[in-house]
Design a binder for this molecule. Structure first.
Ligand code: PEP
Ligand code: MG
Length: 575
């Protein structure tokens, strides 16, 4: 079914979305998921049902145990992701109904297929973080299916460091099972920039391209070059091309490893590269990286498992840490509870569309006491770190969509001697950016949400990744509108969504005029190296050209053609 299409088309380019940088020359190895489980089937006699139930539980225990064992061999975020899969295996949300199906006479296979299938549909309807777990659920369903059939769990195909593992979709457990050095690179059809597979691949440093819709034209064993910087795969590449790309990647790797800031364009214009943090670990990681400060502290992620609101004192001691580490170079965001990050102590009743519901500052302004206690805690954390007056930290509100909200938020922040700002992530705010900028002292553009609301596409849906591609020109135009409004009002503007860590988009944003880019600390050197490649005027030209694009792929092509021409011109001048 998949092995059709491509013959010996030399240098055929398949475009996808770059997730983890790196260039690998190798051959295609397909990873295929197990067969679908039946979702119906009442065949078990009454007398055999207790044994069927036991068979079901044995399969669950075996899968949990093997995932637990796997997580023990791993560290960091990869281990966390696998541990969270163990919870899914025994989640009563599907296991309870499956037990009832079996007691009513279904086979364990059918009950598993039926209830995990329903669970997947439910999570897909809920969207956001919930929908992101469906790849994990499909993986668990496959593992249970194989155990029920007396087989080992899905095995990865035999891989080497020159294998390009390709799949429709992968679950974190699949790639966590492989050592970073035993696979060259990964490419998938489905999967977003922020899904678990991306998180794990990033941690393991495996070059990864997703969204390659025509990946199925590559038969098993095709010779291919995967470029995780440009987000493409070249089928049957010529020897000359392979040599050129590998050599230039090696030079690039050396530059990235040697990079130690500060970030600037080739003609010396300084750009602040900042870190996105969310807890003590990421604050420590940011300290070990060449960053100019923290551009986004996602405070809600510190309290995600808490059932009660942390006291002002408890909050202040967390905030104090980031202020001690980075002094006044911190933009702290007030709680962005709701949607994919609900906090138990700051949420409203169930909503049909939580991403469009009570979220972020909407909750804070409805329950002002909650917001005020957090602002008091931030002020107290700043006081303990000796920051005040001009050195006061910046505080920004998520999900601002009305000028009156910005005004009220700014008043509460200023009353506490802090500096108010907003996260621009709703198209309404971007469209009227100038009015908003008169109310606050700075803004940061949250491109993850801005693109999801602009394109009306769930940012975490693996199926909608083409719509939520940060190169979508509608999103880029809104970003440009915000940047120009901030410049006009003389206020600093930053970008704090994931797109800031795309080296090419970083060049485009700098060309638009942003003052700073905030990203996961491990993305900083790659962006720092990219910015040093050309002069500010080149980035300004580039931004104008990219804004003319009609689609995301077109925008990327404009950028790569622009740089190819520039390089050509400079090479000719040197000759
Ligand atoms: C964003 O939306 O781009 C952003 C930075 O906020 P979060 O990802 O936390 O929603
Ligand atoms: Mg957001």
């Amino acid at each position: 079914m998949r092995n059709t299409g491509l013959t010996n088309d030399q240098n055929r380019v398949l475009q996808g979305i770059a997730v983890v940088p790196g260039v690998v020359n190798g051959s295609v190895v397909w990873f295929r998921h197990g067969p679908e489980l039946p979702r119906r089937g009442y065949r078990v006699k009454v007398a055999d049902r207790p044994a069927e139930l036991e068979r079901f539980h044995t399969a669950l225990d075996e899968v949990s145990e093997s995932l637990r064992e796997q997580s023990k061999q791993l560290t960091g975020v990869t281990a966390d992701v696998i541990r969270s899969s163990v919870y899914l295996v025994t989640d009563r949300g599907w296991v309870g109904p499956a037990e009832r199906d079996i007691t009513a006479g279904m086979t364990a296979e059918a009950a598993t297929g039926h209830q995990i299938g329903r669970f997947i549909e439910l999570l897909e309807r809920r969207g956001g973080f919930a929908a992101e777990r469906t790849a994990d659920l499909r993986d668990i369903r496959d593992r249970i299916a194989r155990r029920l059939q007396g087989l080992e769990e899905p095995e990865l195909p035999k891989l080497t460091s020159s294998s390009i593992l390709v799949a429709d979709e992968l679950a974190p457990a699949d790639i966590a099972a492989i050592d970073a050095h035993s696979v060259g690179a990964i490419a998938t059809i489905r999967g977003g920039l922020t899904g678990h597979i991306a998180v794990v691949a990033r941690q393991l440093g495996i070059p990864y391209v997703t969204g390659v819709t025509d990946l199925t034209v590559l038969p098993e064993g095709t010779s291919a070059l995967l470029d995780g910087v440009r987000g493409l795969i070249i089928a049957n590449p010529s020897t000359v091309m392979v040599e050129q790309r590998l050599a230039s990647d090696e030079r690039h790797r050396e530059q990235v490893e040697a990079w130690n800031g500060p970030a600037q364009t080739r003609d010396g214009v300084h750009v602040h590269l900042l870190a996105n943090v969310q807890d003590e670990n990421t604050i420590d990681e940011a300290r070990r990286t060449e960053v100019d400060g923290v551009g986004l502290f996602r405070t809600e992620l510190c309290f995600i498992g808490h059932s009660t609101e942390p006291s002002v004192d408890e909050q202040a001691s967390i905030y104090e840490k980031v202020f001690q580490a980075f002094k006044n170079r911190v933009a702290i965001r007030t709680l962005d509870s709701g949607s994919d990050k609900p906090l138990k102590f700051a949420q409203t009743s169930r909503e049909e569309n939580p991403a469009l519901g009570m979220r972020g500052v909407r909750i804070g302004l409805q329950n002002e006491e909650l917001l005020i206690r957090q602002l008091d805690a931030i002020a107290e954390g700043a006081r303990r770190a000796g920051l005040s007056g001009d050195d006061a930290p910046k505080v920004m509100a998520p999900m601002i969509s009305r000028v009156s909200e910005a005004r009220r938020f700014a008043a509460l922040v200023r009353e506490r001697g802090l500096i108010p700002g907003i996260v621009v992530e709703v198209p309404a705010t971007a469209i009227m950016a100038e009015m908003f900028m008169r109310e606050v002292d700075f803004c940061s553009i949250g491109t993850n949400d801005l693109i999801q609301y602009t394109m009306a596409a769930d940012r975490l849906s693996a199926d909608l990744f083409e719509l939520t591609d940060p190169w979508q020109p509608a999103g880029l135009r809104l970003i440009n509108t915000v940047v120009q409004a901030a410049k006009k009002c003389g206020k600093p503007v930053s970008i704090c969504g994931e797109s800031a860590s795309d080296p090419y988009l970083a060049q485009v944003f700098v060309g638009m005029g942003v003052d700073s880019l905030s990203m996961a600390p491990n993305a900083v050197p790659e962006v720092g190296v990219a910015l040093e490649k050309w002069d500010m005027r080149h980035y300004q030209d580039l931004a104008q050209e990219v804004l003319k694009a009609e689609g995301a792929h077109h925008a990327r092509r404009i950028a790569s053609d622009y740089f190819a021409q520039l390089k050509d011109m400079e090479d000719r001048m040197e000759d």
